[in-house]
Design a protein around this ligand. Structure first.
Ligand code: NAG
Ligand code: NAG
Ligand code: NAG
Length: 443
């Protein structure tokens, strides 16, 4: 009896010795940063996991399933990163490079939005995923700062935009704001890791134009404009919709307009529609949620993304009416072998041929020619009519995706963006501003 008792006590004592001490309670905002210089202790990994749990905890919980609304599977990616860190050396090469996506455009895209900005963001996200970087989504500055506090040293870039993070304003009030790090607040986002997405040809970043990302290579036709061209690709999406051979398509013009207001005669003269419809049996369609009552234009109503691509694939030309500018839709069309009529809105009266002076609906396409793009004066109804007639008899032999719009090119640009040594660039800039003046920043 005594021996049984003695052995059991010994066993219990051993158990107490072997079991780890209880996990300390942590406040949700205690900072757990990762030190890449050493392996992680078990305790550090436990803290990281806890931290991620609290992060996931603020997501919307529906029916027992954690739905990371607008954050994609950010919590999963975090967990998988911590798991591979815990089992040292199992992380994939790029997995340890964290990119924080702090722009509403990413969320919008995940929620199904098809604005140009959202489609652009979606392509960036897709590329980072395909390349194997750890892309984590934040809906605002506070969430971005929170994620950054977890993966501080692993964070290679924070991609934001003006709407989500007003860098100019932050910079102006940097002494008393909570946007980016300063001497007094070293734990906030470092300005030199923040890249800002600018959809239009503009750039506002306190560190200069390299830190601005744009969807089109504006610098090609605007020699004084500088930014980092990241671009996008829709190849993976548009090629999912079957290509319709030319002779299987109706003689149909798709009018690129989601509102009938775009078709007002003072904006564009579409007086030729009735005669083309009546004399040549050319059909005109557009997709709007409004009740449309324009003779000879049928309304396809609301179209899903795939529905839109399908309707395009069953048309012979996409007619632009002046707006929206820089929209991805003409790329959708070309991908289905459908040419785009690109209205020229302003030009140099003395040098009408000078494309650099043209302002067109889609300047990214103004240097292309038929059979792909028909650039026509928006006020010249006869020229638009001729372009439609020509498009009806001038097939494009297959899908047209320009080199820079392919997934392959996009991946190349995205990879080189993330592998850029932003720290080195920032240090050089910092040293230069020290020597020559200029408002300096916290490194
Ligand atoms: C993060 O990296 C810096 C240098 O890049 C290093 O000095 C610092 O110790 C690291 N901090 C942590 C917590 O890993
Ligand atoms: C389309 O128009 C062309 C030229 O007017 C005509 O030859 C062809 O038969 C038409 N195709 C269809 C499907 O209506
Ligand atoms: C086109 O519109 C005109 C004028 O409203 C109408 O007379 C004609 O029947 C229409 N044509 C077609 C093909 O619907």
């Amino acid at each position: 009896m005594f021996w049984i008792f003695a052995i059991m006590s010994l066993f219990i004592m051993l158990l107490i010795l072997i079991l780890p001490s209880p996990i300390p309670l942590i406040s949700p905002h205690s900072l757990v940063t990762i030190d890449l210089s050493k392996d992680y202790t078990r305790q550090e990994i436990i803290l990281l996991r806890k931290k991620i749990d609290t992060y996931e905890g603020i997501n919307i919980n529906s029916g027992g399933k954690v739905v990371t609304r607008g954050r994609g599977d950010t919590a999963l990616r975090m967990r998988s990163l911590v798991d591979c860190l815990a089992e040292s050396h199992t992380c994939r090469e790029y997995q340890k490079k964290v990119v924080i996506l702090a722009s509403k455009q990413f969320r919008d895209r995940i929620m199904g939005k098809v604005s140009g900005e959202a489609i652009w963001a979606g392509s960036i996200l897709q590329s980072l995923d395909l390349l194997g970087f750890t892309a984590l989504m934040a809906n605002n500055l506070a969430e971005a700062t929170e994620i950054f506090s977890i993966f501080k040293n692993l964070t290679t870039a924070i991609i934001s935009d003006r709407g989500t993070m007003d860098l100019a304003k932050c910079w102006k009030n940097r002494r008393d704001q909570n946007c980016f790090a300063t001497e007094n607040k070293p734990d906030l986002l470092p300005i030199w890791k923040i890249l800002t997405m600018e959809f239009w040809a503009s750039c506002e970043h306190p560190l200069g134009t390299d830190w601005c990302l744009v969807p089109e290579n504006y610098g090609a036709w605007l020699p004084n404009f500088k930014a980092t061209y990241i671009g996008y690709s829709m190849e993976n999406e548009c090629t999912k919709i079957e290509f319709v051979p030319w002779d299987k398509r109706p003689n149909r013009t798709y009018i690129l307009a989601k509102k009938s207001a775009y078709l007002k005669p003072e904006r564009i003269n579409l007086g030729f529609i009735n005669s083309l419809a009546t004399d040549y049996d050319i059909k005109f369609v557009m997709g709007t949620i409004e009740k449309l009552s324009i003779p000879n234009i049928s309304n396809l109503g609301f179209l899903s993304e795939q529905g839109f691509q399908q309707e395009l694939a069953n048309s012979k030309v996409l007619l632009g009416v002046g707006d929206p500018a820089i929209s991805p839709s003409p790329y959708n069309a070309l991908c289905s072998g459908v040419p785009f009529i690109n209205p020229i809105k302003t030009w140099n009266e003395n040098k009408k041929w000078d494309r650099s002076a043209w302002s067109t609906q889609h300047d990214g396409l103004k240097y292309l020619d038929p059979p792909y793009v028909y650039n026509v004066n928006i006020h010249d109804a006869d020229a638009i009519k001729d372009a439609i007639m020509n498009a009806m008899i001038t097939p494009i032999s297959g899908r047209y995706i320009s080199d820079h719009m392919t997934v392959k090119s996009m991946l190349k640009r995205a990879e080189s963006l993330i592998l850029t040594d932003w720290c080195m660039k920032a240090k050089n800039l910092h040293a230069m501003r020290l020597e020559f003046g200029g408002e300096n920043f916290y490194l």
